[in-house]
Design a binder for this molecule. Structure first.
Ligand code: GLN
Length: 192
């Protein structure tokens, strides 16, 4: 059975652990490099990407996590997690360094200051009906490389993408009880 880690530095950690547990998967919080060993996948939660990026360095997790991703560790990032997985960040903090697991440039807080948070019905490729996307100061994908598959868009901007076994959404599938994107990730973990 797969063991999935949830990067537990800041953000929606409990929500992802609960979502994975309710799908019958063994899910563990990850706060130290040693806890990355023997995982079948890693989730990077929503929260605040500047904080998560900084804590990756403070807690000395960056090298092990980058190494795992380069070796093909499947990953799923939501919102801040999408930003952390990107190659480049627009409107990030000047010293904010992402992990580069998906060949994309994301724009932080892209949907504007007036509408910080909203819900939208999102049609996601691979799902047989739309899901409700919860967007909270969400990013969008500004540029995606040729290896990146766009799974969903809002107002013409990609909000769900996949590259190989790495999945990222600008919205929060861990909020609410529609766990089809977690199921999609678990299918990727088992080679789908
Ligand atoms: N705006 C946050 C960031 O830049 C992301 C918000 C979220 O994860 N809900 O990290």
């Amino acid at each position: 059975d797969p063991v999935i880690g949830v990067l537990a530095l800041q953000g929606d950690v409990e929500e992802h652990l609960t979502a994975l547990a309710s799908l019958g998967v063994l899910a563990r919080p990850v706060r130290r490099a040693a806890e990355l060993a023997r995982l079948d996948g890693i989730v990077i939660p929503g929260g605040e990407s500047t904080t998560i990026c900084r804590l990756l360095d403070v807690l000395d997790l960056r090298t092990a996590l980058t190494g795992g991703l380069q070796a093909g560790l499947p990953a799923f990032g939501s919102c801040a997690g999408m930003i952390v997985l990107a190659r480049d960040i627009l409107d990030g903090r000047p010293d904010q360094r992402p992990l580069g697991a998906i060949d994309m440039v994301v724009r932080r807080n892209a949907f504007g200051r007036q509408v910080d948070s909203f819900e939208r019905s999102v049609a996601v490729a691979g799902l047989d009906s739309p899901m409700t996307g919860v967007f909270i100061r969400a990013p969008w994908v500004e540029e995606a490389g040729p290896g990146v598959e766009v799974l969903a868009e809002v107002d013409g901007h990609p909000v769900a993408v996949r590259q190989g076994s790495v999945l990222a959404t600008a919205f929060h599938p861990e909020v609410g009880d529609d766990l089809r994107l977690h199921e999609m990730f678990l299918a990727m973990v088992s080679g789908g």
